[in-house]
Ligand binder design. Structure first.
Ligand code: APR
Length: 326
């Protein structure tokens, strides 16, 4: 493994960046695997580690068809909260750097596990952004036989009863929970705090499918145990199976714990790619190949714009000028 970019030796750090830049400039086909850490500095929680708990539940245990069947109101409250935060968050410099790379390099594909819509709001060209795990803002009928889908529904809340409760609406809250909400992305009570009572929601008030008029709508995200969208998989397979090598694989802000997404790094290696991991967790650099790979240890929003600068220029200018289009 190459020395970490967080090393105290600034010469080692700049030598690693220089080495990466020289490979980047030679790279013809580039893939990026993106995870929740890409949006961490925008204020959105990741799934594992700190921030991975929602109330007393592991966030990954809520993302299952079984959880939705057992308690759709609870699962909708979780996703409504995630939608609310994502809508109040802004893309960061790493989202913009990747979007610029997609605009400036023909043969680049980003494989995103993120459902938060921030890459899209940084104007990442849709043909170069494959959403492996769906999108929080797509709705679909929970009955697959019905097949109803509604893309890009950004109404917050999606139905009135899922509104984030406002302070003063929670008479049962404990002293801890009545402390001021310090999360700027939550306009109201932070219901991820288990000390706030979740409002009780009758199933009849949850969003229902306007087509079959029987079943509930659900978020258009891929839950554990479900298959990834076939059209997305076909596009990704087409990119990997083209008769040309892949030169570079960026692995940004992901624990690489969930398959098939995590497996794409090896597929890229098999096509010749050198791998660059960007992650503040030193453990995520452990499995890298010392001779070929790079580990940039730190926040993607700070490091990725520097890594991609030779191809995308200074993205801070792009953010300042255009801000968030939404
Ligand atoms: N910059 C870069 N990486 C970061 C940052 C940051 N500022 N902050 C945290 N990280 C890293 C963490 O160290 C961790 O390795 O981001 C990673 C986030 O990992 P996960 O929470 O496991 O998220 P992800 O890999 O996207 O999860 C994959 O699992 O729960 C499912 O469907 C969900 O898409 C998700 C999938």
């Amino acid at each position: 493994m190459k020395e970490s970019a967080s090393a105290s030796d600034p010469d080692a750090k700049s030598a690693m960046l220089e080495d990466f830049h020289s490979h980047l400039l030679k790279s013809r086909r580039i893939v990026a695997l993106l995870g929740a850490g890409l949006s961490a500095s925008s204020g959105l929680p990741t799934f594992r580690g700190a921030g991975g708990l929602w109330r007393t539940h592991d966030a990954t245990s809520i993302a299952t068809p079984q959880a939705f069947a057992a308690d759709p109101a609870f699962v909708w409250q979780f996703y409504s909260y995630r939608r609310h935060m994502a809508l109040n968050a802004k893309p960061n410099a790493a989202h913009y750097a990747l979007a610029q790379l997609a605009k400036s390099t023909t043969k680049f594909l980003a494989l995103s596990q993120n459902v938060d819509g921030l890459s899209q709001r940084a104007h990442h060209p849709p043909s170069k952004l494959k959403l492996l795990h769906g999108n929080l803002f797509d709705l679909k009928c929970s009955d697959a036989k019905c097949g109803y889908r509604e893309p890009n529904n950004t109404t917050d809340p999606v139905v009135p009863i899922l509104a984030i409760p406002q302070s003063g609406q929670d008479p049962t809250a404990t002293a801890t929970a009545t402390e001021p909400n310090t999360n700027p992305l939550i306009r109201g009570l932070d219901i991820s705090n288990p000390n706030h009572t979740l409002p009780s929601i009758p199933t009849a008030s949850l969003p229902h499918c306007p087509q079959c008029r029987k079943s509930l709508l659900r978020p258009g995200v891929v839950w554990f145990g479900e298959s990834l969208p076939t059209d997305v998989l076909a596009d990704v397979d087409a990119f990997f199976s083209a008769d040309e090598p892949i030169d570079l694989m960026l692995v940004v802000g992901t624990s690489s714990a969930v398959y098939p997404a995590a497996g794409y790094t090896q597929v890229a290696r098999n096509k010749g790619a050198r791998v660059a991991v960007v992650n503040p967790d030193p453990g995520s650099g452990r499995a890298l190949d010392g001779k070929r790979d790079w580990f940039f240890c730190g926040d993607a929003a700070e490091i990725l714009p520097e890594m991609l600068r030779p191809l995308v220029g200074d993205v801070r200018g792009v953010i300042d000028e255009k801000g968030d289009a939404d």
